[in-house]
Design a protein around this ligand. Structure first.
Ligand SMILES: [Zn+2]
Length: 61
């Protein structure tokens, strides 16, 4: 059982619930931050894509 939890809005998606959920899970974005795998739902991913990419630069701090 694979449950995705959006790191920003807390939306959850049970990727194994049914075929449609499985398809939807493919549009979620996986990111690797501070040694943890985090997920973003499609709408948050769109809004925060630059912030997510920007975190690469934040490692220089
Ligand atoms: Zn979200």
């Amino acid at each position: 059982m694979t449950v995705l939890v959006c790191a920003l809005c807390g939306t959850t998606l049970d990727a194994d619930a049914d075929e449609q959920s499985g398809m939807l899970a493919l549009s979620w974005v996986a990111s690797h931050e501070r040694g943890r795998d985090v997920r973003y739902c499609p709408s948050c991913a769109r809004e925060n894509l630059r912030a997510i990419e920007g975190k690469l630069d934040a490692e220089f701090w």
